[in-house]
Write a protein that binds this ligand. Structure first.
Ligand code: FES
Length: 333
């Protein structure tokens, strides 16, 4: 017997779904590009509000909210999803290169025109003559202000096709095409919940972008910022963390895995060990090594916290899962 077909409407678009079909699968098959990322009910990118109709499974924490990658269609549906800035391509050029650590460089880019991007989203950079790679824009490590420049923390991966060229063939005035924004792990404005931000390695870039934007929005916002590095030599975040020192609403945790024992300012070992006790009142962002992001996701979801995984991409298209992209990013050069 043929499964019953239902009509699903999202804004101005609609598609058909078989009874019992996963909402996201039906949307993509129907040519509707519903935002998504992990496809595992974790990242929250596919969250939608059910305005009308019945779904089963994939319930979000708020009444009426579903994870479209998990929820199944059981009637005609009317859904609402969060609006995102449009993806655009803008030309620019490299204006500054600065070594942040032995294999991490800060690249500052001037764009021909600004484009709308939310803190925490990422872009693809195509330096002239090189394939595109995904990186997260961030602010200055020396200021909480938004000075209008777009910066990236780029790990130079040995053997890579792009990142080792920075400082060699890619120098000041090198032209670049910036495409974006991508990703759903962005700062939702106006929220008051505690932010727990975990960034390892250059995963600090989006974490810093989120922290500074949140504090510009609300200087009293409670934030726990965990900055992690595997090696001492890679711990480039210190100047930024110093800017937040002394704020009673901001708790800073610096961790370096290879330290044997805790130092007065820096903790040794796994950043996961330094996560605060989470509750449903927290919003957690994690970015960096896939194993860490995955582990933070488990803890956050078990606590009922809202969780966002950052989305880095190397060669993969934006529709690929965040974990796959993060893997690509770690391998990418
Ligand atoms: S929660 Fe559905 S795509 Fe991540």
């Amino acid at each position: 017997m043929m499964a019953k077909l239902h009509n699903v409407r999202i804004g101005e678009e609609s598609f058909s779904a078989r009874s019992g079909q996963v909402v996201l699968d039906a949307a993509l098959l129907g040519g509707v590009d519903l935002p998504h990322d992990c496809r595992a009910g974790r990242c929250g990118a596919c969250v939608a509000r059910v305005k009308q109709g019945i779904t089963l499974g994939g319930e979000g924490r708020e009444p009426g909210m579903i994870h479209a990658c998990q929820a199944r269609v059981f009637s005609d549906l009317s859904l609402e999803v969060e609006a995102l800035p449009p993806v655009v391509r803008v030309k620019g050029s490299v204006t500054a290169l600065a070594d942040l650590a032995e294999d991490i460089v800060e690249v500052t880019i001037a764009l021909e025109r600004p484009f709308v991007m939310y803190p925490g989203q990422y872009c693809k950079l195509a330096f002239r003559g090189h394939p595109a790679r995904a990186f997260s824009p961030t602010g200055s490590l020396l200021s909480l202000a938004d000075d209008g420049h777009i910066r990236f923390h780029i790990k130079q991966v040995r053997g890579g096709r792009v990142t080792p060229r920075i400082g060699e063939t890619i120098r000041q005035r090198h032209s670049v095409v910036v495409e974006g924004p991508y990703g759903h792990a962005f700062l939702r404005p106006g929220l008051k919940k505690r932010l727990v931000l975990v960034g390892s390695g250059t995963g600090f870039a989006p974490v810093w972008s989120l922290a500074t934007a949140a504090l510009r929005d609300d200087p009293a916002r409670r934030i726990v910022l965990i900055a992690a590095s595997r090696k001492i030599a890679g711990f480039y975040m210190a100047p930024a963390l110093e800017l937040l020192a002394g704020r009673s609403n901001v708790q800073i945790v610096a961790t370096i895995e290879e330290l044997i024992r805790d130092h007065r300012l820096v903790s040794a070992g796994d950043p996961l060990d330094h996560l605060p006790a989470l509750t449903g009142e927290d919003i957690v962002h994690a970015c960096g090594a896939p194993a860490l992001v995955n582990a933070v996701a488990d803890v956050a979801c078990a606590a009922g916290a809202q969780f966002h995984a950052d989305a880095f991409e190397a060669n993969a298209p934006p529709s690929q899962g965040w974990l796959d992209r993060a893997r690509g990013w770690l391998k990418a050069g």
